[in-house]
Ligand binder design. Structure first.
Ligand code: ATP
Ligand code: XMP
Ligand code: GLN
Ligand code: MG
Length: 523
């Protein structure tokens, strides 16, 4: 928990796809916030201690229904913190149920998409409007509050009379059935503003500079005067920002370790070495662990098992380096919020999407204590921070590259030959994007090698070779993504180059799946 949370908002996540957007909106207002899973153990501890972690609490939406067995519940103790609460969608339904109201399947099957609501009482999130004001909001619900709890009154209704927002008559407890955090709710930001500033009284003092300061303070407290930190440096945006932050505070008490795991892209090791050894005056060690990684992955085809083996080996390599450095008890990583949220599940183990190597892939026993100063940030926020720390545009605007690297882009079994194919194809794709000025128009792009063979004809000869899938996406933070709209002629040129130059590949396809329902990586 960051001490800045005391002046900010705690968002409890019940599994909504929009929870991240709530956090973004709040931070855009200059107020710090954190998202915790609704069943986070810290909530129970803080309830027992009787102390609220923040100035207000937001209960997010979620896919479940409050009247179904096993649906995530509201820990009633939250209400004893006596700080303002705003329930959004599922969050509002939880509040209604807790206070004795009725929640049922909505008449007519629910409301999805654009809806007009009319303000009935200008309080709480609706404080900025006149009674009778009509505003367009975004709905996405199949259940509805069919009977208001006695202690509550309606703040807004839809045109056909359904409850759209409610407020406790005496306490600062509010619910909205729609999603003020999405941009389709035209005056949603104003509603959040009223809640955050008027109701909760949060100061709008949060910004990146504060973040740096408080991150450094926390690092200082954690590391002490003698501690030495090992930083896993991949050459990517996140770990470079962490290294720059740590270097400011620790100077020579920082050692960066770049691991060549044999799963890197074309000439990646050389590029990272050239960039960092010359530039930052940072102590950089390059460890060639490729044989260890490749033998640990031999014969492994399950994506989660790949990720776990890779996560564990990374840590073992860092531990081995730490042994030769006095007081090296800490491991810094560039973990971001999306890495965390995808690796841990809200509703139970089945909802884990994938174990990011640096979170869900970590071994249970570790000899090093983690330092993860970016754990509460999103990618685009880290980029802003990187620029503020003076990192070059080339580094800051680089496409992300996952720690498990090409292992999750060779579907199925990983062999040297498969790595060669995907590495060459990726290089051709990325260089072509750069050469034709398209690199910055997509958020991430890469090649995937599929474990299937198809028939082709090359130079009058029959071929029976493998398939490369190209993937390019646009995104803001990696949590959701859309297909990249690359010109078909460009894709055709890349396809020709790949098939001509990469031995063993005779077909190229383009992935047009968005996220959701797909994920960005194929494994
Ligand atoms: N080859 C590597 N050597 C050392 N550490 C690594 C390596 N790959 C990943 N890591 C560690 O794992 C963390 C998470 O990887 P991730 O790819 O999410 O971040 P990144 O590489 O720093 O940034 P980007 O998202 O731009 O690729 C990194 O921040 C870094 O600490
Ligand atoms: O460092 C990382 N370790 C991992 O284990 C990992 N898995 C996915 N990614 C990257 O995260 C973003 C979202 O990816 P997905 O849509 O595939 O989950 C994309 O940018 C992915 O490249 C990872 N990064
Ligand atoms: N988006 C939501 O929070 C949906 C909540 C609840 N499952 C409903 O359909 O009403
Ligand atoms: Mg990376």
């Amino acid at each position: 928990m960051n001490p800045q949370l005391r002046d900010g908002l705690l968002i409890l996540d019940y599994g909504s796809q929009y929870t991240l957007l709530i956090a973004r909106r709040v931070r855009e207002l200059g107020v710090y916030c954190e998202i915790w899973p609704c069943n986070d153990a810290r909530v129970g501890e803080l309830i027992d201690a009787g102390s609220a972690p923040a100035r207000g609490v937001v209960l997010s939406g979620g896919p479940s229904s409050v009247h179904i067995e096993g649906a995530p519940a509201l820990q009633g103790g939250i209400l004893s913190w006596e700080v303002p609460v705003l329930g959004i969608c599922y969050g509002m339904q939880l509040l209604a149920k807790s206070f004795g109201g009725q929640v049922d399947r909505a008449r007519g099957g629910g409301e999805y998409g654009r809806t007009q609501v009319i303000v009935e009482a200008a309080r709480g999130p609706m404080a900025g409007f006149e009674t009778g004001h009509a505003t367009e909001v975004w709905m996405s619900h199949g259940d509805a509050v069919s009977a208001l709890p006695e202690a509550f009154e309606a703040l807004a209704r839809t045109e056909n009379g359904h409850l759209a927002a409610m407020a406790h008559r005496e306490r600062p407890i509010f619910g909205v059935q729609f999603h003020p955090e999405v941009s389709h709710s035209l005056e949603g930001t104003a509603m959040l503003e009223s809640f955050v500033f008027e109701v909760c009284g949060c100061p709008d003092t949060w910004n990146m500079a504060d973040f740096v300061e408080s991150a450094i303070e926390r690092i200082r407290a954690q590391v002490g005067d003698e501690g030495h930190v090992i930083c896993g440096l991949s050459g990517g945006v996140d770990s470079s920002v962490v290294a720059a932050l740590l270097h400011r505070e620790l100077g020579e008490r920082l050692t960066c370790v770049f691991v060549d795991n044999g799963l890197l892209r074309y000439q990646e090791r050389e590029r990272v070495q050239a960039l960092f050894e010359g530039h930052f005056g940072i102590d950089l060690r390059v460890v060639d662990a490729s044989e260890r990684f490749l033998s640990a992955l031999a014969g492994v085809t399950d994506p989660e098992l790949k990720r776990k083996r890779i996560g564990e080996l990374f840590v073992r390599v860092f531990e081995a380096e730490a042994e030769s450095i006095e007081n090296a008890r800490f491991l810094a990583q560039g973990t971001l919020y999306p890495d965390v949220i995808e690796s841990v599940s809200v509703l139970g183990p089945s909802a884990t999407i994938k174990s990011h190597h640096n979170v869900g892939g970590l071994p249970e026993q570790m000899g090093l204590e983690l330092i993860e100063p970016l754990r509460e940030l999103f990618k685009d926020e880290v980029r802003v921070l990187g620029r503020a720390l003076g990192l070059s545009a080339e580094l800051v605007d680089r496409h992300p590259f996952p720690g498990p690297g090409l292992a999750v882009r060779v579907l199925g079994e990983i062999t040297e030959d498969a790595l060669r194919k995907v590495r060459q194809a990726d290089h051709i794709f990325i260089e072509s994007l750069r050469a034709e000025g398209l690199y910055d128009q997509v958020w991430q792009a890469f090649a995937v090698l599929l474990p299937i063979k198809t028939v082709g004809v090359m130079g009058d000869q029959r071929t029976y070779d493998e398939v490369i899938a190209l993937r390019a996406v646009t995104s803001k933070d990696g949590m959701t993504a859309d297909r990249g709209h690359l010109p078909m002629e460009f894709l055709g040129r890349v396809s020709d180059r790949i098939i001509n130059q990469v031995e063993g590949v005779n077909r190229v396809v383009y992935d047009v799946t968005s996220k959701p329902p797909g994920t960005i990586e194929w494994e």
